[in-house]
Write a protein that binds this ligand. Structure first.
Ligand SMILES: C[S@@+](CC[C@H](N)C(=O)[O-])C[C@H]1O[C@@H](n2cnc3c(N)ncnc32)[C@H](O)[C@@H]1O
Length: 204
């Protein structure tokens, strides 16, 4: 059954998303994203394409399947997908109920995805299902902060931010553990407000 509440929320966000993200945040985060996405290789799934702001950070020449729950986000992403020097196939899909067969991707990437997907553990378990055994999940995510007063600030901002967009204080490392991933490496950026996470699916 389609989660229309989540789809409609992000459809509404699509019209102002580029303005709120592109000019400040995206420019600051681009070097860390480029670094994380430089690992792209093989069959790749990209979770939650949004308006495609991440695509210029992909290394050239990849074949990427990118999903999002919001058709309005995907409409905007289509233009950026066409500009990418490689191939990006866009599909409307819920991260928690993907139509891909088991074990069909070598790698999965996320970018500010699991601050947004409701019930993140079920989404992460679904990624585990579509990854080949031992496949890598690489994430660029809001995960709160360990540093005061930023941790307090993010907790106070989240009840507001979740109405129009993401939750800024998700326990994504704990959720990865709950979904059965082995965390291999974590890089903290911008006082921990965002992190790059490298996690491996079980080998069997
Ligand atoms: C904060 S935006 C990030 C977009 C893009 N990755 C970026 O960083 O510019 C979160 C995205 O997650 C998508 N999303 C939220 N819940 C989802 C779900 N259950 N399945 C697939 N996509 C979802 C939204 O439509 C939105 O495009």
């Amino acid at each position: 059954m389609t989660d229309t509440k989540t789809r409609d929320k992000w459809d509404r966000a699509a019209s102002f998303f580029d303005v709120s993200a592109a000019w400040g945040t995206e420019k600051r985060w681009a070097p860390s994203k480029k670094n994380l996405f430089s690992w792209m290789d093989g069959t790749i799934l990209f979770m939650a394409a949004g308006t495609g702001l991440d695509f210029p950070c992909f290394p050239p020449g990849q074949r990427v399947t990118a999903i999002d729950i919001s058709p309005k986000m995907l409409e905007r992403a289509r233009v950026r997908a066409q500009q990418y020097p490689g191939h990006i196939e866009l599909m409307e899909m819920d991260a928690r109920a993907m139509t891909f067969p088991d074990g069909c991707f070598d790698q999965v990437y996320t970018s500010c995805t699991f601050c947004s997907v409701p019930d993140p553990v079920s989404g992460l378990k679904e990624i585990r299902r579509v990854l080949k055994p031992g496949g890598m999940l690489r994430m660029f995510e809001h995960t709160g902060s360990r540093i005061f007063p930023f941790n307090l600030m993010l907790h106070l901002m989240t009840p507001m931010s979740r109405i129009v967009g993401p939750e800024l204080n998700r326990d994504t490392l704990g959720n990865l553990d709950r979904a059965g991933f082995a965390i291999q490496r974590v890089e903290n950026h911008f006082l921990d407000v965002v992190r790059s996470i490298h996690a491996q699916a079980p080998t069997h």
